[in-house]
Design a binder for this molecule. Structure first.
Ligand SMILES: C[S@@+](CC[C@H](N)C(=O)[O-])C[C@H]1O[C@@H](n2cnc3c(N)ncnc32)[C@H](O)[C@@H]1O
Length: 309
């Protein structure tokens, strides 16, 4: 086990972003994620940009609701993720409706005013200035188009049958470390972002902002993919040297999740819960004065790479 190293890292240096990790994480929450997309009630035939699409795991869910006349453009900074996404869409009924391109959230490779929906899942946690990024994305939407941001919030995470004081120390130590790890050469991360998204979208100029909270609860006996997810999360909490946690706490914590004999994941009373947030806002087409210049600059740049059939 890679204790104290960055765990499940992708080629962009983001922890918990390796493709195998993303795939298992997605499978472990597929029921809730399917419901999240259905609840959006996207119109048939919509043009949806999946911003930070990773290996394209949300594509089938989006395709199902927008139907055969819809279009999906997945963008990401990770070439490896895009190549995987492209491969996954081969031989699907929706393959002609999907494109993947390398781009950043701030410089989407489409004309302004063309997207019905911008959807972005599990990406906002990596944005150093989420309000500026969300504001830069708005002008790519049609007037009254929707942005939908989905993300985690580890402030909502609880593991029943683990000492609550140990949990508290582990969570506080990671939160403190996240506030300063950029200064030590790591990529930016805010794993407590979910409950802040509504205020970020409002600050970025979106109207009618609505938050939906999805509580994800799993109990003994855990499905294999959820067990893998929890073990990865447990390891991630104490990776990178866990500078604000004592070595004894690191050992005790990891023992809870990995021990052969007294692993909490095998105990009948075990349960885990966390809440994920889906926050949507409407773009009324008005670019605030502050962000207008930034958009004119970014809208004229070329996409970095195009991966098409
Ligand atoms: C945790 S993964 C989520 C992938 C996918 N949305 C999902 O939920 O399975 C985060 C993805 O965001 C991408 N990413 C991070 N920052 C980005 C940015 N500024 N612009 C575009 N993609 C970004 C990463 O490369 C990675 O593929």
């Amino acid at each position: 086990m890679a204790v104290n190293n960055v765990v499940h890292v992708n080629e962009c240096g983001l922890p918990l972003n390796a493709i195998a990790w993303l795939v298992k994480h997605h499978q472990s929450k597929i029921h809730e994620r399917t419901q999240m997309i259905r609840d959006l009630q996207l119109e048939k035939g919509s043009f949806v940009i999946d911003a930070g699409c990773g290996p394209g795991l949300w594509t089938p869910l989006l395709a199902e609701v927008i139907g055969a006349r819809g279009k999906i453009l997945g963008i990401d900074i990770s070439t490896e993720a895009l190549v995987t996404a492209q491969r996954r869409s081969h031989h699907t009924w929706y393959r002609q409706q999907v494109q993947y391109k390398r781009a950043t959230l701030e410089q989407l490779p489409v004309e302004p005013g063309t997207a019905d929906v911008i959807f972005s899942a599990n990406v906002s946690q990596y944005l150093p200035d989420p309000v500026a990024t969300f504001a830069a994305m708005g002008p790519y939407l049609k007037q009254n188009g929707r942005i939908v941001i989905k993300d985690i919030d580890f402030g909502t995470m609880k593991f029943h049958s683990i000492d609550p004081f140990l949990q508290q120390r582990v969570f506080q130590a990671r939160q403190l470390w996240e506030s300063e790890r950029v200064d030590h050469g790591y990529a930016y991360e805010d794993s407590w972002v979910g409950s802040k998204l509504a205020q970020y979208l409002e600050a970025a100029g979106y109207k009618d902002v609505q938050e939906s909270a999805y509580r994800i609860v799993r109990q003994h006996v855990l499905p294999t993919n959820f067990r893998f997810y929890l073990q990865g999360i447990a390891e991630w909490f104490v990776c990178e040297g866990a500078p604000y946690l004592s070595p004894d706490d690191v050992t005790d914590w990891l023992q809870c999740f990995t021990d052969d004999e007294c692993n909490v994941l095998d105990q009948p009373e075990f349960a885990s819960e966390e809440t994920e947030y889906v926050v949507a806002g409407r773009w009324d087409g008005v670019v605030s004065r502050f962000y207008a210049d930034m958009h004119i600059d970014i809208a004229h740049r070329e996409p970095l790479l195009i991966i098409n059939d």
